[in-house]
Ligand binder design. Structure first.
Ligand code: GLN
Length: 549
């Protein structure tokens, strides 16, 4: 089932194989019809991750990037929508030579060809604004390609992907290995770990023509020997290939836990390979810090995508959370993250005072008008009370709105995004739609049309951001937005002390703002969180946490 950690398991296996000297890449397959994740509500889907080449994809791609410490591209993400769209387009172009195009084998064949394509590494030329990745000049092909099939075994939605996997194995028996990630519940009334769901899952996989080679047993606690034996006998795998995958405090422990179970070498052995080297040292050091850091740094995230019924979801902001963690561990601190509801500050403006309890505040990305005024109140409080503030995309745009209203005296300042209803057009559009986006919105072309992927940003010498990035003149960061600081208001904002710390040189768009006379007040039009890695925290997060400490 979803949410048991398939993505992190894949990412961890990737890290292990990489540490043993192999080139690794990973592919996520999502069974839904959506062509990409960009048109989905984050509450339902979780975070929409963005790659260098501007793909709006599943958050697991983020996990892969963080664990593999490599940037992936749109070839690493496959959805049912994408597969069918490609096959139908090809049929329309008469590329099937007049024959009948069928679900089997044409759909699984398209899946297989996409998997093979992903094995060839691609690289985005970061020196220019670029949305199309070019094949890596070295033409390198990964030694391992890890493929995660989303969904649950036995459901209709992913059947064709299992079919593709079966066909891939049939064609390359020595090169394909199957790993099942299964959940072993411990019902409270019984107090015993049950293997039956795993047995059933394997039977369902067998029906699809697939026999797992390795089973990862996800559970609250480690699997004991009797459980391993039972799974081995009933599921037809060696006991050594039943890997215990208990809950952990931090997901970064997982590669180390897997290695304790010898998973890496079991995989290599099945392929007739030997490890080329062994190097999880840095990773182990990181995990040590994670486990021993005691002194907290308290960060509040003012958001709106975390309530669903009676549950609180954190998935919508996963890259932001991970970036905070990476930066906190860098400073040997224990990150303590709190969820603050933007709408709460609208209903009860006095409650914004609670922000004083935190060492730093982040307003992350978002869409639509719900909670906007609450976020603006929070930003005003951080600015005035000198609480370190980091605004990400929407958080930058609203920092500009707040500053325009309360410092520049433009009382009607707003973003066009929140004031397009008739009768509300008499606003000062300090944040306005990017010109080329206007036409797209008019034609209702929403899917995959935002300003997406990496764009160049020229840093202003002497600014806080410039120092954070190690005094670089140019950086390149990932974007996902339709609105932008309106250049007509730039000088008015600058006159009152807002610093335009980063500019996209090709389009003259403001990418970074800062305030002086404040311990840390930075807003980014881009999403730095997507590029933060556990062993290499993002410079802006690193400095934000430093200020918070
Ligand atoms: N809604 C804003 C825009 O489209 C901000 C987007 C974001 O925060 N990712 O520009």
């Amino acid at each position: 089932m979803s949410g048991i950690g398939k993505g992190v398991a894949v990412a961890s296996i990737g890290r292990i194989l990489k540490s043993k000297g192999f080139q690794v890449t990973a592919v996520k397959i999502d069974p839904y019809i959506n062509v990409d994740a960009g048109t989905m509500n984050p509450i339902e889907h979780g975070e929409i991750f963005v790659t260098d080449d501007g793909d709006e994809c599943d958050q697991d791609i983020g996990n892969y990037e963080r664990f593999l410490d490599e940037s992936l591209s749109r070839t690493n993400y496959i959805t049912t929508g994408r597969v069918y769209q490609a096959v139908i387009n090809r049929e329309r172009n008469l590329e099937y030579g007049g024959r009948c195009v069928e679900v089997v084998p044409d759909i699984p064949n398209e899946v297989i060809s996409r998997i093979k394509k992903a094995a060839k590494k691609t690289k985005v030329d970061e020196s220019k604004d670029s949305s199309s990745p070019s094949p890596d000049k070295t033409g390198s092909v990964a030694d391992f390609i890890l493929i995660e099939i989303g969904g649950t075994v036995g459901e209709y939605q992913n059947l064709l992907f299992l079919e593709a996997a079966r066909m891939l194995k049939l064609a390359n028996p020595k090169d394909v290995l199957f790993i099942l990630v299964s959940y072993l519940p411990i019902p409270e009334m019984i107090g015993e770990m049950k293997t039956k769901p795993t047995q059933t899952a394997v039977r369902l996989l067998n029906e699809a023509g697939i026999q797992p080679d390795i089973i990862l047993g996800r559970s609250k606690v480690p699997l004991d020997e009797p459980r391993k034996r039972k799974i081995s006998i009933f599921c037809n795998v060696n006991t050594k290939d039943v890997i215990s995958a208990p809950d952990v405090e931090s997901i970064y422990e997982i590669p180390i836990n897997f290695e304790k179970e010898n998973l890496g070498n079991r995989i290599l052995k099945k392929f007739g390979l030997r490890q080329r080297r062994k190097n999880l040292k840095d990773w182990k050091k990181l995990v040590k810090v994670i486990k021993t850091a005691k002194k907290p740094v308290k960060i509040g995230i003012v958001g709106k995508y975390f309530k669903t019924g009676k549950f609180t979801l954190k998935d919508s902001y996963i890259s932001v959370i991970e970036a905070i963690k990476h930066a906190s561990w860098y400073h040997k601190r224990k990150p303590e993250i709190h969820w603050l509801s933007a709408e709460g500050y609208e209903k009860n403006p006095q409650s914004v005072k609670e922000l004083k309890k935190f060492d730093g505040i982040i307003v992350p990305g978002g869409f639509g008008s719900r909670g906007i005024e609450g976020k603006i109140k929070a930003i005003e409080f951080c600015r005035k009370q000198k609480i370190p503030y980091l605004g990400l995309c929407l958080g930058m745009q609203l920092a500009v709105v707040e500053f325009a209203r309360n410092v520049c005296g433009l009382k009607k300042a707003n973003s066009t995004e929140f004031a397009t209803r008739p009768g509300r057009i008499d606003i000062d559009k300090v944040i306005d739609v990017i010109p080329e986006q206007k036409a797209l919105l008019k034609e209702k072309r929403y899917g995959g049309t935002m300003r997406l992927g990496v764009y160049k940003c020229e840093l202003k010498t002497g600014t806080r951001s410039w120092k954070a990035y190690g005094m670089l003149n140019y950086v390149s960061e990932r974007h996902r937005h339709r609105y932008e600081l309106n250049n007509e208001f730039r000088s008015a904002l600058e006159a009152k002390g807002m610093v335009m710390a980063g500019i996209n040189p090709d389009r003259d768009l403001v990418e970074l703002i800062e305030l002086k006379n404040h311990p840390f007040f930075v807003g980014t039009q881009f999403h730095p969180e997507f590029k933060s890695r556990p062993l290499e925290p993002h410079p802006l997060f690193r400095e934000f946490i430093r200020a918070a400490i």
